[in-house]
Design a protein around this ligand. Sequence first.
Ligand code: GLP
Length: 245
Amino acid sequence: MHHVKIIRCATPEEVGKRAADMYTALLQEKPACLLGLATGSTPLPLYRELVKRCEAGELDFSRVRSANLDEYKGLSGDHPQSYRYFMNTNLFDHINIDKARTIVPDGLTSDVEAMCEAYEEKIEEWGGIDLQLLGIGHDGHIGFNEPCDTFVGKTHEVELEELTREANKRFFNSIDEVPTAAYTMGIGTVMSARKVLLVATGKDKAEIVKKSFFGPVTPMVPASILQFHPDVTVIADEAALSLID
Ligand code: GLP
């Protein structure tokens, strides 16, 4: 079991700033790094901070590559709720990254197996993920790796849990529009990253943060596997850490 670094912040904005400091350090050390990126509301303050630092000339993404964790099955990159669209509008459109060097699983693929295999190969070809960003779902999912009997290694298709669809329906007109499946990097893909950064904010994440990092390692709590990763940093606000002293 490895020691997980936990950074306690007063506010979600501070979480964004402390997380951005890790990117500032990484980009200095390795300007052509591969970033594993995530969607959800928790990374937004971080993305705003990265945009700000890039605009201020403090960060240069010109040689950076990125691979996103997941995508909804059936949504095209132009769909406002697709994760490709989320990444473009919240980050890529505002920084000097070459979008041709950013990948997100293809929600419209007609050959799931080939798409997933190609996704893994691209990550490998690009030298492996240097820093994998993660949010956390209320059931402990990372990417869209839902609670399950076994940890699934590679990029694959998943059925979404009702809890997850409920949590994400706020972005859609109704629950019926929330896709029932998705493509996600596997637990193995995430675990192969050299460094992992998990961000969590809000009281509603307190219980799952505690379970994930201080409870038993089990595929029923997918994030718990991170206890076995040698370099994990959790940056969270007081609310999300309120059950941990
Ligand atoms: C989604 C994403 C996850 C994300 C989770 C939590 O299901 N697939 O990658 O971590 O939601 O989202 P939020 O940060 O909005 O709570």
